[in-house]
Ligand binder design. Structure first.
Ligand code: G
Ligand code: G
Ligand code: MN
Ligand code: NA
Length: 252
């Protein structure tokens, strides 16, 4: 309850900050885009881990205003960075299942915010978890379809940890699978325990989906993923999520 109160205040005063974690193109070894991840340090509570405040936000209905902060801050920042670059940076934002309860208005708000910041829809990605799809209401699917038709790409986050049925991967509006980091961290120096990442890479390829590896921490994991034609990589090996200033210093 105390956290909820402080969170309301933090949202009202925009004390929540977006951090950016690079996604690397495995073919070119270049920066492809970033995932926006929220960070909150409260005067009284100190640093509050995102897992904690996001689940509270989901329970209390604060997830939508929180998402709006993430969207506006990140879109405005990416737009500034891209105006100074030849190769644009793509932006991925996490969407919570709860937000698809009013899908029509969600889609319109996404379109409005992108337009407001002049961010091309094909540079924007929605990350949802498998559980979002499990709700599988026709409404959620319609919303994802219309985002996709608008040019936005849809990724399934933490893929492999939920209860995905393979049949829905073929029919649902999805562009990309993000292999959960637990599977990447299992890959040993001699490439043992790589069956699951390999299977997901092959599954993605046969369904014409992109595939991202999350949680890449070691060089041998990177090498394995590059060799096996994973499209994109993300993880502490390349960079942890960075504040705007640190991202500019290290990546621009
Ligand atoms: O690095 P990290 O500790 O940021 O993230 C912890 C969890 O919080 C992850 O599951 C991540 O997806 C989630 N998360 C971070 N930012 C957001 C956000 O803006 N919206 C949602 N729904 N989840 C987020
Ligand atoms: O659920 P989602 O994938 O959106 O969450 C991203 C979370 O993963 C963030 O908390 C981020 O800090 C964390 N993360 C990103 N890269 C790595 C990594 O290489 N190792 C570990 N342990 N966590 C990571
Ligand atoms: Mn994510
Ligand atoms: Na993830």
């Amino acid at each position: 309850l105390r956290i909820e109160k402080r969170l309301r205040k933090a949202i009202a005063n925009e004390e929540i900050e977006v951090y950016y974690q690079p996604k690397i193109d495995a073919k070119s070894d270049q920066l492809r885009g970033v995932e926006a991840l929220l960070r909150w340090t409260d005067e009284e509570l100190g640093f509050v881990p995102p897992d904690k405040f996001i689940s509270i936000a989901e329970e209390t209905g604060l997830i939508h205003p929180l998402w709006k902060i993430a969207m506006k801050q990140a879109c405005s920042q990416i737009s500034i960075w891209n105006s100074q670059r030849n190769e644009p940076i793509r932006l991925a934002v996490n969407f919570s299942a709860k937000q698809f309860q009013d899908p029509c208005s969600l889609v319109n708000q996404v379109k409005d915010i992108l337009a407001e910041h002049q961010l091309a829809p094909n540079l924007f990605e929605v990350e949802i978890t498998e559980s979002t799809l499990l709700f599988k209401t026709t409404e959620t699917i319609k919303a994802l379809k219309s985002l996709q038709e608008y040019g936005i790409s849809v990724s399934i986050d933490d893929f492999g940890t939920g209860y995905s049925s393979l049949s829905y991967l073929k029919t649902l509006p999805i562009n990309c699978l993000k292999i959960d980091r637990s599977f990447i961290q299992d890959i040993t120096e001699d490439n043992r325990n790589a069956e699951i990442p390999l299977t997901i890479i092959n599954l993605a390829r046969s369904l014409h989906l992109d595939v991202v590896a999350e949680g890449v921490e070691e060089n041998h994991q990177k090498e394995f993923l590059v060799q096996n034609q994973c499209n994109y990589m993300q993880g502490f090996f390349f960079s942890k999520p960075l504040s705007k200033d640190d991202f500019e210093k290290n990546w621009l």
